[in-house]
Design a protein around this ligand. Structure first.
Ligand SMILES: Nc1ncnc2c1ncn2[C@@H]1O[C@H](COP(=O)(O)OP(=O)(O)O)[C@@H](O)[C@H]1O
Ligand SMILES: [Mg+2]
Length: 597
């Protein structure tokens, strides 16, 4: 499903033009001083290099050619001195430019990565339904590396080559206009086929990047599900699937490489052929006495310079094209609009200590399932400090109520208010600050117990954290851990049982100390004894808080002020436990099943 989604997204035609590189400018702008310095260094280095053939011409014509007595040795010495001076200065300029440009490249990459990461973290869950995390990761690392190559080296190499090309051409024309004209004529014939091949390299590059992203997305998903894969002994099948996907990226990469190899061959042959041909004409001119040896030598050097710059430009062009594709993909992430829009001028919260919640005629379908409503015309009211229980079969829409309250999704019709303020009118930060949630499958970070609980309130003292741990009965199993509260819990809490993870999540929510408490099957993985203990802690936490509690076990919701029974996205019954049992509806049936055993 997710696989299909990503593929669809890629198939949509997107113009990939070099112009997309201009979108990098906002990232370069803060470093325009450095860019300026690099540019000056580049100009100096190029100018110096252009003087070298002139020094050679002098060397040959003046130093060797018309020597008639004592002067030559002195002359030769100074000429070589000048040449060496030029070389040293050139080396200095090249080194400084290299440093400057690499610095800019590294800097821009870091900024770009952080920017894209920040943007991705703002996205609503809907975003991650269509874009796999593996894909995001590959863009964050692969694409930014491509851009780093371009900003940190290719771009300046390209620019240097352009200078050399232009300067070299001018010097060629000055040195021998006859040879130059022939040279130019030949080059014009060659440029078009080269550009044509370059275009297809660019297209193949994005394809190749996409295939790599596909296989890393696949690997990411499977690595997260290792126990399931192994218990169903699907290792071979998964390995084959990955191999197939890797093979696909190989085939695409090779297609690109073939075209690029062809491009290289065409360019080298063309350029060398031109040089040799022109050199041949030049040699004949020297033997006829129309040209001096020094002039021909400098012409050859300039021609080599021009040829070198052309081949560099061709190579760099490929990189630049790939970076243009990468920039587009990154900017897609950077400028992705979240489905949840915040009010431009959010209202201040009416109250930060208590919350009355009202759902009015809320109808909602998940974007990926537009035809079946997950909630159908739901209206409910909870007074501040009260407890409301949501019960009903799985798939009834209970968790969806929490998702809407947290504004992970927006309802299509109806409204949700907290203290009579529409939740769309307050900032997401304030809104979510009002709630502490214990989700259905709690998340444990790769950190120790203390830090995991402290996630609920990052500046809480150790004492506060441990108090929350006691209330949630985390303290009960901590002594069994190798390092007490400082025990590292492993990635995604693989070193804890389901019930232990739930208790950490409960402690985290308690520590947050928010006016609304959302409990989604918060004690479902606990044994009966721990559940009673945790329930005590939770009851304390629920004091004075507005609590929404989703529970399968009806025993846990007996004391709720109100129970809402849901089925297929609709509210079918409301009342307290006693009323509902008398009614003889769905709740009574469920209760009968559970309490009998
Ligand atoms: N992200 C989603 N995209 C599409 N459908 C969803 C999504 N999450 C839940 N659903 C569907 O919405 C309905 C209600 O789900 P949920 O609120 O999670 O039920 P529960 O009462 O078990 O908590 C179910 O039919 C479920 O399949
Ligand atoms: Mg649920």
């Amino acid at each position: 499903m997710a696989q299909a989604n990503t593929t669809n997204q890629k198939d949509s035609p997107k113009p990939k033009r070099i112009i997309s590189l201009k979108d990098l400018w906002p990232f370069l702008k803060p470093y325009r001083l450095q860019v300026g310095i690099a540019f000056v260094l580049l100009c100096l280095a190029s100018a110096t290099l252009l003087l070298v053939p002139l020094a050679f011409r002098d060397l040959i014509d003046v130093g060797f050619g018309k020597s008639d007595g004592a002067a030559p040795t002195i002359n030769i010495d100074t000429k070589f001195g000048v040449l060496f001076g030029l070389a040293t200065f050139w080396a200095l300029m090249v080194a400084s430019r290299y440093y400057m440009v690499s610095w800019i490249g590294e800097r821009v990459t870091v900024d770009l990565r952080s920017g894209v990461y920040a943007s991705v973290l703002r996205q609503s869950p809907q975003f991650f339904e269509t874009l796999q995390t593996g894909e995001v990761l590959s863009r964050l690392t692969g694409d930014t590396t491509l851009i780093q190559t371009v900003v940190g080296s290719s771009a300046s190499m390209g620019l240097r080559s352009v200078f050399q090309f232009v300067g070299g051409m001018i010097m060629l024309a000055v040195t021998s206009f006859y040879l130059f004209s022939i040279n130019i004529g030949l080059m014009i014939c060659l440029i078009f086929p080269i550009m044509l091949i370059g275009r297809s390299v660019k297209k193949l590059s994005r394809e190749s990047q996409d295939r790599i992203a596909d296989s890393s997305a696949m690997a990411g998903e499977i690595l997260n599900a290792m126990p399931t894969v192994q218990s169903y002994t699907q290792e071979t099948r998964e390995t084959n699937r990955f191999t197939h996907s890797a093979q696909l990226s190989f085939v695409t990469a090779i297609r690109r490489t073939k075209v690029r190899a062809l491009l290289t061959a065409v360019i080298i042959t063309a350029v060398m052929g031109t040089i040799i041909f022109v050199l041949w004409l030049g040699a004949r001119q020297v033997s006829e006495g129309v040209m001096t040896g020094g002039e021909l030598a400098s012409f050859v050097l300039y021609a080599a310079m021009v040829a070198g710059s052309v081949s560099t430009i061709a190579q760099v062009w490929g990189d630049i094209m790939r970076a243009a594709g990468a920039t587009e993909r990154l900017l897609e992430l950077l400028h992705a609009e979240t489905a949840i829009t915040e009010a431009a001028n959010p209202l201040p919260l009416a109250s930060v200590s208590q919350a009355a919640i009202q759902f009015s005629n809320v109808t909602f379908h998940y974007p990926s399932r537009p035809r079946t409503p997950a909630l159908n015309n739901v209206s409910l009211h909870i007074n501040a400090g009260e407890t409301l229980a949501l019960v009903g079969p799985s798939g009834a829409g209970k968790t969806t109520i929490f998702q809407l309250l947290l504004r992970f999704y927006d309802a299509q019709t109806g409204s949700i208010t907290i203290n009579d303020q529409n939740i769309n009118d307050i900032s997401l930060h304030d809104l979510r600050g009002l709630m502490a949630i214990v989700p259905q499958d709690p998340v444990i970070f790769s950190a120790n117990v203390l830090e995991n609980i402290r996630y609920g309130q990052p500046n809480a003292t150790d004492e506060a954290v441990i108090a929350a741990a006691r209330a949630a009965q985390v303290a009960q199993f901590v002594p069994q851990l190798s390092d007490g509260y400082n025990t590292f819990l492993g990635e995604r809490g693989t070193r804890l049982s389901g019930g232990q993870k739930q208790r950490i999540a409960i402690a985290r929510a308690m520590l947050k100390n928010a006016p609304i408490l959302l409990l989604d099957e918060a004690t479902s993985a606990l044994d009966a004894e721990s559940e009673i203990l945790v329930q005590e802690g939770l009851s304390a936490a629920m004091q004075g808080r507005t609590t929404l509690i989703i529970a399968h076990r009806l025993a846990t919701v007996q004391k709720a002020d109100k129970i809402v029974v849901m089925e297929n996205g609709e509210m079918v019954e409301t009342g307290d436990a006693v009323e509902l049992r008398k009614k003889g509806g769905l709740y009574a049936r469920l209760a009968e099943l559970q309490f009998e055993s």
